[in-house]
Design a protein around this ligand. Sequence first.
Ligand code: 1CP
Length: 349
Amino acid sequence: MFHDTFLKACRQEPVSRIPVWYMRQAGRYQAEYRVIRAQHHNFFDLCRDPELCARVTRLPVEHLGVDAAILFSDIMTPLKARGLDVELVEGTGPVIRHPFRRAHDLSSLRTLDPDRDLQYVIETVKLLHSQLSVPLIGFAGAPFTLASYMIEGGPSKNYHLTKGFMYTHPDDWQALMEDLAAMTVSYLKAQIAAGAQAVQVFDSWVGALGAEDYRTFIAPVMRNIFTALRQTDAVTLYFAAGAGHLLKEWDKLPVDVLSFDWRTSPQFIRGMHLSKAVQGNLDPSMLLAPFPLLKERTRQILDVMGCRPGFIFNLGHGLFPEVDEQQLKRLTDFIHQYPIYKERSYEDE
Ligand code: 1CP
């Protein structure tokens, strides 16, 4: 039987239990993932194997009982398919040998045709559509976050080069944002056409920008992306880490679900009266705490957010290899057992 609690919460419809999934829920903390990963020298080789990608995508659904699956791939996959010289370096992340300096660097990348260039992703989504009993979340990187890797050449702490490019060459920046937005839309539409019922846009590092820069350099392109996705039936989710100061801007976008992390409290979110569904916000480091403390902190989130229509439990950012799978299973069960109709709204307290 298909279990659509996650989609209902995204649409702010009533649900019988709080849906939960975890950012980066397929990965190295799972023994079976490590075995599959060890068979592939290169991460992108694994991404090109639809049967194995579908298997890895299903692992957290089978082992943890989460309410949604997220496609196993990476935000850099479509750029790699367009010819970008990106590699995923163990312990670092995406590394690009020839970082971008001006708009003409874009001419080295061919236009993405998902059916031609990412046939293996489309095939994985189709397989999962027939295998899963919960919704599949497709995903893509957002223009700012993708551009940060392309310009910095890899992960960054301060995004100086990216911001410098943005301020110094606004026309080139605009061209880069529009190019990446067109790629993101065509990639996500292809995932939706193949069966993804939801799509999340990862703008992981955009919280590095202040609200004014976000409004000037980013919001118009995000508006275009989510407006284009409105032509489909899929629900849309937007994620960034450390971006509580941007939530007011995000709430104006035509997107269904906003993410918030542990730097923004659930009480603050309630007080903002956002018009969208929200997902968050447990600090993933809490997963290393003794279970009673983890349970207490989770209960605090649920007590404030649990009776709000349109709440999805998630982490504020991704899982990491040191997390114990059993701890995560106990947490998932605890969230599912939370009595949603206890009506413990903080406004009543
Ligand atoms: O070999 C490995 O196992 C490498 C680790 C790894 C994995 C498992 C990388 C390298 N990517 C992935 C898969 C991945 N990436 C998924 C599917 C797994 C799942 O979520 O269940 C997803 C959704 C992503 C998305 C992704 N990649 C983001 C957005 C999410 C986030 O955490 O903010 C980002 C920023 C990336 C870049 C990236 N790829 C890999 C790493 C280690 C990183 C982050 C590097 C950095 O900190 O800048």
